[in-house]
Design a protein around this ligand. Sequence first.
Ligand code: AVI
Length: 331
Amino acid sequence: MGELPAAVRAGGHSGVNTPRLLQIAHDDPAAIRAELLAGLAAPTATISPKYLYDALGSRLFSAITELPEYYPTRTEAAIFATELPHMAEVLGPVATLVDLGAGNCEKAARLFSAFRVQRYVAVDISASYLRESLEFLQQKHPALDMLGIGLDFSQHLTLPAEVGDGPRTLFYPGSSIGNFTPNEALAFLRQARAECRGGALLIGVDLVKPADILEAAYDDPLGVTAAFNRNMLLHLNRLAGTDFRIAEWRHVAFLNATESRIEMHLEALRESVVQWSGGKRRFAAGERMHTENSCKWRVEDFATLLERAGFSRLRHWTDARAWFAVFAAFS
Ligand code: AVI
């Protein structure tokens, strides 16, 4: 990934600091198309879950977080609401808070005063998505130094020099770590540890629980998760020039207990041939395309993973049902 000389000032409201925005170059469209077509041509077609998030996909995910069946978001929020003072005690004052996958920045904003944050760095796939949220937050926290970085860290996490020197607290909530396989999670945590520069990681992790609760959370009766998954096909059509017809595909989500993960797939309802310029793939009726893993961890296994990544002095907090955990770990 090359860096664009694109540090720009966002907006302008006199009398208030304005957040800076920095975009690290996206992969070029040809590379994205090649990656997607290679995934489609694989014996079991597999597409990275990051392609669930086009503009509509992001809105659908936001709707998922409001579903009664989708417990992770509200369970994690309840842990933060209850345990924030204890977390602040463990972490001490946070000079730089780096929010990985910041979105609307709401989760991090709840930490600012308890953690006495001086510098807030929001990282998400596109800096322009962050502009509005950061400008809004800057009005509420005029003294806070704010930087928005557009960066795809799903393959590799290297933060630009603009984040500044000194220890950082990396914040990675929402159990997004669950969308990595355990090996990928370990590699990511090792990179995160290096980026802490002597600081800490605060990370949300979804825990193992009964299959019926997990499967309902990923296959809700309203069909929002199904729409989220099937919408990926529209995104693929735009990015890779494929001709998927959504009506021919259904959403499938189930617990793979051996791998301790929910798997999402798209299943062909009938035989279908998907074409693109220069190629095609035939799917038999019932054949699946793998679109997401969402790993569920046991507290002790995740603690071991953090230690293997080089973190120490671990602490964790859970809700009363032990459905979700927030870990603090020092680099
Ligand atoms: C973003 N990520 C943590 C969500 C999850 O629970 O794995 C994505 C999601 N997929 C289906 N529902 C929500």
